[in-house]
Ligand binder design. Structure first.
Ligand code: IPE
Ligand code: IPE
Ligand code: MG
Length: 249
């Protein structure tokens, strides 16, 4: 399916966001506050992921995108990075069968070439196994960066259309890493920071932004409902006037 960009066409505004994208932040501070090692926060964070995936499926969200590891997170201490990789492997081992049983499709988005080949294989297998599922698409952004995405898409666009004097949004869009999904309707960042941290730069152009102080391990189905309720009170104008929105034109 081809989804039009929000800057070239005005999308429908459904009551339940079709696509929710989340920066899952605050694991480390959640643990530190409890005098636990940071890793304990990451472990608890995986549990929160399970709860939010289930809640999204039940509410009819079609796409859930989770920022799990940014291209800048390699800057963390080697021990924390390797622990996060191990957690990723364990989560794949434990969750993929369950996701498949619940008609959930899994995608892993980012520059995967830097990961251990065994992890790359696991990811490919999980994606293949769940490829036909249609209830909810969960995209895990790993070694993802918004700038990386725009640059890799640009390279592919130019390779596919060499020598043009002008390149357009429509030519670029199909090469973005998440071309299979509409743009996020609702963006959530937990953990109190109010920044994008190189997440989906292109795709967030017209997303509704929601920030909460709740640390990711404490983010529950109720927290998700609060974010969706906030979204439902917004007026999405996409450049038009409030009057035009009210008259549906
Ligand atoms: C988010 O939590 C998880 C990852 C970035 C992998 P953090 O680990 O960033 O937690 P804080 O921000 O240090 O509390
Ligand atoms: C963003 O969180 C990345 C993920 C949640 C995976 P960070 O904790 O890395 O972001 P900064 O460094 O505070 O901006
Ligand atoms: Mg953080």
């Amino acid at each position: 399916m081809i989804f039009k960009s929000s800057t070239t066409a005005v999308p429908d505004v459904p009551a339940v966001p079709r696509h929710v994208a989340i920066i899952m932040d605050g694991n480390g501070r959640w643990a530190t506050k409890r005098l636990l090692p940071r890793v304990a926060g990451h472990v608890k964070g995986v549990e929160a992921v399970r709860g939010v995936v289930e809640a999204c499926a039940l509410r009819g969200v079609e796409y859930l995108t989770l920022f799990a590891f940014s291209s800048e997170n390699w800057r963390r201490p080697a021990e924390e990075v390797s622990l996060l990789m191990r957690l990723f492997v364990t989560a794949l081992e434990r969750e993929v069968a369950k996701m498949h049983a619940n008609d959930i499709r899994l995608k892993v988005v980012g520059d995967l070439s830097r990961f251990d080949p065994k992890l790359q294989d696991m990811i490919a297998n999980a994606e293949r196994k769940t490829a036909g599922n249609t209830r909810l698409t969960v995209s895990v952004c790993a070694n993802y960066g918004g700038r990386w995405d725009i640059m890799q898409a640009t390279s592919k666009m130019v390779a596919a259309n060499p020598g043009l004097s002008e390149y357009t949004e429509e030519l670029l869009a199909p090469h973005l890493a998440m071309a299979y999904a509409p743009e996020p309707d609702l963006f959530i960042r937990t953990g109190g920071e109010e920044r994008i941290s190189n997440f989906l730069l292109w795709q967030l152009a017209y997303s509704e932004l929601y920030f909460t102080d709740t640390y990711w391990p404490d983010f529950s189905a109720e927290s998700l409902d609060a974010a969706i309720a906030s979204y439902q009170h917004r007026e999405r104008r996409f450049g038009r006037t409030g009057e035009q929105v009210a008259n549906k034109n």
